[in-house]
Design a protein around this ligand. Sequence first.
Ligand code: 3PG
Length: 306
Amino acid sequence: MKVLIATSKPFAKVAVDGICEVLKNGGHEVVLLEKYTEKQQLLEAVVDANAIIIRSDIVDAEVIAAAKDLKIVVRAGAGFDNVDLEAATAAGVCVMNTPGQNSNAVAELALGMMVFAVRNFYNGTSGTELMGKKLGIHAYGNVGRNVARVAKGFGMEIYAFDAFCPANVIAADGVTPLASAEELYKTCDIVSLHIPATAETKNSINYDLLKTMPKGALLVNTARKEVIDEAGMVKLMEERNDFKYVTDIMPSNNDEMVEKFAGRYFSTPKKMGAQTAEANINAGIAAANQIVDFFATGNERFRVNK
Ligand code: 3PG
């Protein structure tokens, strides 16, 4: 089978080498499309692909329609909001992710961004410490769990809210489960976002929720930009000069945020959470193994579409 690795933001070379080895040992041919800048390049590359490995690359109905021989798309990572699942299902294409494989990398970045923000972006002025601060983990999935583990080392008081994870699972990790997002934001000095982008969560982190955070609050977003109500964030930061926002996913209104909130706002230029050699190897090789298995045995574990 022909497997296309389509990554506008490439994996580390060591990961690509590992992925190619797994796929070739499984009897497959590999085609690499890295650092592409136009959708047209992807549309041309998918024409004869039987499988595709992607990251945050957009696989919409047009891409699926262009990929006439496509059987499987594996998102090497957690979130699959970049794939049109309905179009894939309609075309008989299996979509998978590789849950958990890059979560430590994202968690480490979240804590790194916290330190960066509470130390005033390393500008030479006196900041604050994480020890003793109340940390709210919004959604207790693979990344949230890792954030809790690392934050314990900093001596933080840890709380979490997750609409789907049972309270006893959260409590078993020594984390205090809270009953609602409202309670989490009201309680915590720092909130770390780990919710996926879905129809329900889009714009859900809004002015009303954020305004209840304590004085000197910090929001850290290593999840998705779509979950933030950007106009609400501007309004809040205009009203509260004690509020800081750091994000690994550049918002649509980045220029406005930089101009208005210098010293209280930071965005990475490109999403860096999963951009480590380890995460690339873990997620990339898992994706390759899942493809080999899918064609060899029909294994559809990790399928995310119907
Ligand atoms: C994910 O959903 O796995 C993360 O957001 C990482 O995305 P990336 O592979 O595009 O860096």
